[in-house]
Write a protein that binds this ligand. Structure first.
Ligand code: AMP
Ligand code: TRP
Length: 335
């Protein structure tokens, strides 16, 4: 079993990033350690530059995301933590896979359509070929399990298609077909101002999200001001289907306390948000405080972060080099 996943280093980390991605990685890391499985987690800086980033933003965001991962519990002694750029085998394999992937396959990718929007001709070629880079990220390490959000499922199916075609075309059993692992609870944390929009770093209103750097009072204020409704909480989560704000707040509570959302509903059934919100604020403050404190401390310690990433890259490259060479050999390019 080998677990591999990447996250784009983006600024302003929020509760959605934590519950949707980071926390799942920490849980997988700890389970994997018990089973002797290996985890590789990386900052997808090469994916981030498919949309323009200033160099200063890139530098800050790579360190910020590394600090957040470490603060949340990713342990560079247990997991291989690195940034993609520092494993050049990734981009070398990407080219080989680019010659295996078909244009028709890339044309079906919905994320490219969304991200390029009406300006498809003006999008970077990197944005279009982004899923091939992602395939290289996982095939380079023969990942068996890849924890991702729902939005990345199609990209992983493409990685499987590329792996299968490579193995078939060159008569080898080189690449393992990776299995996506989609997180269950709070896979999507919604905005505190609009229960139908995703909590996002780009929301102009800071009240819409809880940042990993928010202090206790700010968190409490944001929960207090969060949009809810005037109805009481029902006995089951299913009854919240048509109440997006209420559903989101209950979902956040359940995710943080690791409870079934039905159990949370049952406990608060018949009460209004006047009672539920203070309880949610307390759970949020208590869960996020230790992470924030470690994050704020680590954020200043560039040397510690850089050293951890450096070590991670050395370990990742040791795995990547023979795999790249095997792919080159299969294609007649090496050996
Ligand atoms: P982004 O900042 O949008 O690139 O997201 C970084 C990671 O956090 C990705 O794995 C996303 O799937 C996850 N993520 C971002 N926003 C949310 C959200 N509102 N709910 C759940 N996961 C999220
Ligand atoms: N594209 C992913 C995202 O935006 C990040 C990513 C890059 C990734 N390479 C990966 C995730 C490999 C899993 C495996 O969220």
């Amino acid at each position: 079993m080998r677990i591999v996943s990447g996250i784009q280093p983006t600024g302003n980390l929020h509760l959605g990033n934590y519950l949707g991605a980071i926390r799942q990685w920490v849980a997988m890391q700890n389970e994997a350690a018990d089973q002797g499985a290996e985890c590789l987690f990386f900052l997808a800086d090469l994916h981030a530059i498919t949309l323009f980033q200033t160099p200063q933003e890139m530098r800050d965001n790579v360190r910020g995301m590394a600090a957040a991962l470490m603060a949340a519990g990713i342990d560079p002694a247990k997991s291989i933590l690195f940034n993609q750029t520092r494993v050049p085998e990734t981009t070398e394999l990407t080219w080989l896979l680019m010659c295996v992937a078909r244009i028709g396959w890339l044309n079906r990718m919905t994320q490219f359509k969304e991200k390029s929007g009406k300006n498809r001709e003006g999008a970077s070629a990197g944005l279009y070929t982004y899923p091939v880079l992602m395939a290289a990220d996982v095939l380079l390490y023969n990942a068996t399990h890849v924890p991702v959000g729902e939005d990345q499922k199609q990209h992983l199916e493409l990685a499987r298609d590329i792996a299968a075609k490579f193995n078939q075309d060159f008569g080898v059993e080189l690449f393992t077909l990776p299995e996506p692992k989609i997180g269950a609870t709070a896979a999507r944390v919604m905005s505190l101002r609009d229960g139908t929009a995703k909590m996002s770093k780009s929301d102009p209103s800071d009240m819409a999200r809880i940042n990993l750097s928010d202090d206790d009072d700010t968190i409490a204020q944001k929960v207090k001001k969060a949009k809810s409704d005037a109805e009481l909480l029902p006995a089951t989560y299913a009854e919240l289907a048509a109440r997006p704000e209420a559903r989101n707040l209950v979902g956040i509570y359940a995710a943080l306390t690791d409870e079934n959302p039905d159990a949370v509903c049952a406990r608060f059934a018949g009460q209004g948000f006047g009672a539920f919100k203070p309880a949610l604020a307390e759970v949020l403050v208590e869960s996020l405080r230790p992470i924030r404190d470690r994050y704020n401390a680590l954020r200043q310690d560039h040397a510690a972060i850089d050293a951890a990433l450096e070590q991670g890259a050395i370990r990742a490259r040791a795995l990547a080099k023979p795999q790249l060479e095997a792919a080159q050999a299969a294609m007649g390019l090496f050996g």
